[in-house]
Design a binder for this molecule. Structure first.
Ligand SMILES: Nc1ncnc2c1ncn2[C@@H]1O[C@H](COP(=O)(O)OP(=O)(O)OP(=O)(O)O)[C@@H](O)[C@H]1O
Length: 320
């Protein structure tokens, strides 16, 4: 008997916009019930990969399959996919319920199933309190949740979310995370693009790090993080007062580099900072004239892995 196809399989996918390559040689397998976080700098190709998986674009080379079908040409396959674009795509003058009814029609749900489907997604996305509100009057966080709800009407197996928490406040972010956690608990597979490392650590089983249109690292979060759990901690130096040239040189010698434009916050990667603990490092830096107010010490996480991966694979234009 043939094994069931995975939830999604991308093989050797390449995509260009006009003549500009956006993705090349992308291979990816996503099993059912798995949440994959896509990380990468602006322009890395996250949205392009999501649009390929959604069947909104066709690869120039290679193939994209969802549950064994072609999401670009096969309507049945498309119905197993929920796509939540980065921008809010709702009718601002309609109520939440009216919007969801329109999307249920567009999803091809028969009339007798629509009411139940709308009620189910309203519950799943905790939108009961705003069912009859005009969408334009809702906060950005609520609008994002309605955007997600609209993608769930046909009970998709694969849900693709392009930066679902971009620009929302902490409360709305937590509400969206709760929705995604409940979808995952319900057995759906999720692909979530994000610039937020803590979001990826919290939600994902697997992580793919993209740069310049290729996947530079992909694997289970646990496996990818394992080498870091035994790595030495990172140090962040918070500065106050004037940083002169000699003090800056001392900071850089200790392995620090600036994190912000006005050079108030500096970070030494794991393994740098000479193995000193936070207090000893603070004393040594002050001795060298660095106006350090505080040293923060923390275990390296996904962000450290991301930096390592990108540093090991410089942008293609600058690679030798
Ligand atoms: N419609 C388009 N026409 C032309 N070029 C495009 C188009 N969409 C994306 N690109 C280019 O393709 C590359 C990949 O873009 P993509 O939006 O997939 O990256 P991303 O990782 O999602 O970036 P971001 O984090 O900024 O959303 C970039 O160089 C981008 O400028």
């Amino acid at each position: 008997m043939q094994a069931a196809p995975p939830l999604a399989r991308v093989e050797g996918a390449a995509l260009s916009y006009r003549d500009r390559p956006a993705l090349s040689g992308v291979d990816l397998v996503l099993e059912r019930g798995t949440t994959l976080a896509l990380l990468g700098p602006n322009g890395a190709g996250k949205t392009s990969l999501i649009r390929l998986l959604a069947g909104r674009l066709r690869p120039d080379a290679g193939s994209v399959r969802v549950l064994g079908g072609d999401p670009q040409s096969d309507r049945g396959t498309r119905r197993t996919i929920g796509f939540v674009p980065q921008e809010i795509a709702l009718y601002p003058r309609l109520t939440v319920a009216e919007n969801l009814d329109v999307f249920a029609r567009l999803a091809g749900l028969p009339r007798r199933e629509r009411r139940e489907a709308v009620a189910a997604v309203l519950g799943r996305c905790a939108l009961a309190a705003v069912t009859d509100r005009i969408v334009a009057t809702l906060s950005g966080g609520y609008q994002r949740r309605v955007n997600i709800a609209a993608s769930l009407l046909a009970s998709p197996d694969l849900i693709l979310l392009d930066e679902p928490t971009q620009g929302v406040d902490l409360e709305a972010r937590a509400a969206i995370h709760a929705v995604l956690a409940s979808l995952r608990a319900g057995g759906a597979g999720l692909v979530v693009s994000t610039h937020d490392f803590s979001e990826a650590e919290r939600l994902a089983d697997r992580v793919a790090i993209l740069a310049d249109g290729t996947i530079r690292r992909e694997g289970s979060l646990t496996e990818l993080m394992r080498p870091l759990t035994s790595a030495p901690p990172e140090h962040e130096a918070v500065l106050e007062g004037v940083l002169d040239a000699a003090a800056e040189a001392a900071l850089r010698r200790a392995g620090f580099s600036p994190l912000d434009g006005d050079h108030r916050l500096w970070r030494a990667d794991h393994g740098a900072a000479g193995g000193l603990d936070g207090a000893a490092l603070l004393a040594a830096l002050r001795q060298a004239g660095v106006p350090a107010a505080e040293i923060r010490v923390r275990r390296p996480g996904l962000e450290a892995l991301y930096r390592d991966v990108l540093a090991a694979a410089p942008p293609l234009e600058t690679a030798a």
